[in-house]
Write a new protein. Structure first.
Length: 244
């Protein structure tokens, strides 16, 4: 119904969707480079209905996205932080066309861990992904220092007690043909959890990569250090793990 539609000031709409400053958005309007439903926009404060209005800036239609969802294949040496005084952060790897003020990594990977990092400005979805109560699974490929033992399967399934007295939720480990290689599935994200779990069974992680979050696999065609916008279906596949 119309009363439920979200109306947005034109300058704010352009700023948020084009990743430009509010002043730059106003300059576009001032130069008569913006149209709404075919009519040249003249006022910054004109209200736009993203559900029905067609906004064109400099000849290109501006597609409305309330939130942005990004899949990144994080390389080693990059930190999952919005700012860091010494190391490059994941935000620095996001290209300008995908970047939006307020995005952050929904879950962290260690500096020396590679793989799937999910970035968004959707705080509600991020909270659900990070909450152990929501049981959103994360799958990792790990290479161990020593061959995995069959006993690991039951130990992980029961919930390991790791250093410091923390007790992990039940987890899954799948031992591959090369028994130094395993898939590990967890539903929480304690500090250095995978590494501490390996140490709890007398082993050590020598390489770690997150390959799946919820029902979404890391895109195998996404190079290290690259990212792409996630598809609507992929967001649905993540949400199905915690929606009633």
């Amino acid at each position: 119904m119309a009363k439920n539609r979200e109306l947005i000031r034109l300058d704010k709409f352009l700023s948020g969707q084009l990743n430009i400053s509010r002043n730059d958005a106003k300059e576009l309007i001032k130069k008569r480079l913006v149209t709404i439903n075919g009519t040249v926009a003249k006022l910054y404060e004109t209200k736009v209905d993203p559900a029905k209005d067609t906004v064109v800036s400099e000849g290109r239609e501006v597609t409305y996205r309330k939130h942005v969802y990004i899949m990144m294949n994080k390389p080693q040496g990059v930190v999952c932080s919005t700012r860091d005084g010494e190391s490059k952060t994941v935000l620095e790897l996001v290209p300008p066309e995908l970047f939006r003020e307020g995005i952050f990594p929904a879950g962290r990977l260690d500096k020396d861990t590679e793989g799937f990092v999910f970035l968004t400005d959707d705080g509600t979805l991020a909270h659900n992904i990070l909450s152990p109560k929501k049981h959103v699974s994360k799958v990792y490929f790990a290479r161990l220092e020593k061959e995995a033992e069959d006993s690991y399967i039951d130990l992980f399934a029961k919930g390991l007690e790791i250093d410091g007295g923390d007790v992990c939720l039940p987890a899954k480990i799948e031992i591959l043909d090369d028994r130094r290689e395993v898939y590990i599935t967890i539903k929480e994200g304690m500090y250095h959890q995978i590494k501490r779990m390996a140490e709890a069974v007398g082993n050590k992680i020598v390489y770690l990569k997150r390959i799946k979050i919820g029902g979404v696999d890391l895109d195998p065609g996404l190079p290290l250090g690259a990212c792409r916008e996630m598809l609507h279906k992929e967001i649905e596949d993540i949400c199905t793990q915690f929606l009633p």
